[in-house]
Write a protein that binds this ligand. Structure first.
Ligand code: HSE
Length: 418
């Protein structure tokens, strides 16, 4: 039996997991591995003849059938992947940033050369989500996704909640434990989740979403006081990647913190676990949950993609038609100002007569109905902390409310999940 020949670009945490896992399969063989530094000590023993520090040794090697790209980032990954496709190789990648920023170009190039690009590991690590959407859920019209797609931020928010600690203190601890990067920007500012929801929504909605149209806010302004108040009111605060689409192809895709009711499953997805909740017809509502990162969970998805190619390789001229990706339509973006949400607003107000009445009047004048209002006494400095939760209203009206609350300091505004 001819083995499927793999060239691996990147032997970090995920690459090492893929190397170890593939050792258990005799229909697939890693023939070359490209790394930055050949002399670096590794967790796996790799014969030196298999190693190169030049990824072009892989993408230009005629004996290699599949290039597995595990280095991330747009460049030089795009250079390697596009060269590999032009050289007739199939691609397996975990590169969410490349998919979000150059997905259209990538899939068009692959189609032009009759090659497939599989990327199960790029979205929610070990959770099977792309393959199920493309295959067994293909008969559905999915119109809503709410997901926790970033383990680092979910870990930080969970620890803030459990320990009553500040964002800064938990981040430091998470960095010391290796859960957060030294430069955490990509995770904590929501970029990672934005890349993932861009591709996930494109696949689920069967229409292309552009990353430029994805609204993004991170978790750096979440205060431990908000965590405590949210809990008291029956919510958890989570970084939610959400996407909805209407019958006119208007897509509202975003990443930002949200209060999630404790009645919902997403409120109980803690630490580094990821989860994707989807609604569609005829399936109804489903939730898939599991490890969103890590050596073996991510390797599980990469190896699954490799084995899907191995199963068809050499048997057909047009491989894996259901897994291919071509979108003729592009979604119309919905601006965040035009969206309708419920809001949690935390206000520090002077302890004066009629403050609550004033907040109520400003909201009522804009047709904004309030669903909860909470004040517990008055502080020593004669101010009062007031929490308001609104019913659904338009985002631009909430901005007007804040600007009209002249005597008050608005300390937080956080959207509340439906
Ligand atoms: N940095 C990501 C996370 C994992 O924290 O979930 C890789 O996508």
């Amino acid at each position: 039996m001819d083995k499927l020949k793999i060239g691996l670009i990147g032997l970090g945490t995920v690459g090492t997991g893929v190397f170890k896992t593939l050792a258990g399969f005799d229909n697939v063989e890693i023939v070359k591995i490209a790394v930055k530094n050949i002399n670096k000590p590794r967790a796996v023993e790799v014969p030196s003849t298999m190693m190169t520090d030049n990824p072009f040794d892989i993408v230009n090697d005629p004996s290699i059938d599949v290039v597995v790209e595990l280095i991330g980032g747009v460049e030089p990954a795009w250079d390697y992947i596009s060269t590999a496709i032009k050289n007739g190789k199939h691609i397996v990648t975990a590169n969410k940033e490349l998919l979000a920023k150059k997905g259209e170009e990538l899939f068009n190039l692959a189609e032009e050369h009759n090659r497939v690009v599989l990327y199960e590991a790029a979205i929610a690590g070990g959770i099977p989500i792309i393959m199920p959407i493309k295959t067994i859920l293909a008969g559905n019209k999915i119109n809503k996704i709410q997901a926790i797609l970033n383990g680092t931020t979910n870990y930080i928010l969970t620890k803030m909640d459990v320990d009553g600690a500040s964002y800064e203190d938990v981040l430091k601890e998470a960095q010391a434990l290796g859960y957060a990067e030294t430069d955490p920007t990509g995770d904590v500012e929501g970029f990672d989740a934005a890349y993932k929801i861009t591709t996930l929504a494109t696949i689920a909605f069967k229409t292309r979403i552009k990353i430029e149209n994805v609204y993004r806010e991170g978790i750096t302004n979440i205060r431990k006081e908000d965590m405590a108040k949210a809990n008291e009111l029956g919510y958890k605060i989570k970084l939610i990647a959400s996407a909805t689409i209407d019958e006119n192809n208007n897509a509202d895709v975003r990443v930002h913190p949200m209060l999630v009711s404790k009645d919902k499953m997403l409120a109980h997805i803690d630490y580094v676990t990821n989860a994707v909740e989807m609604s569609g017809h005829p399936i109804g509502d489903i939730v898939l949950s599991g490890p969103g990162a890590g050596e073996f969970p991510t390797a599980s998805s990469v190896v699954g993609d490799i084995l899907a190619i191995a199963a068809e390789f050499g048997k057909t001229d047009y491989m894996l038609p259901m897994m291919r990706c071509h979108h003729d339509s592009k979604a119309m973006p919905v601006k965040i100002e035009d969206t309708f949400n419920k809001y949690y607003i935390s206000i520090t107000a002077p302890n004066a007569l009629g403050i609550i009445a004033k907040i109520g009047t400003i909201c009522a004048d804009k047709n904004i109905s309030l669903s909860s209002i909470l004040q517990k006494g008055v502080s020593e400095d004669n101010t009062a902390d007031i929490i308001v939760i609104t019913e659904k209203c338009q985002e631009k009206l909430i901005k007007e409310v804040v600007s009209e609350l002249e005597d008050c300091i608005v300390t937080s505004i956080i959207r509340v999940a439906d």
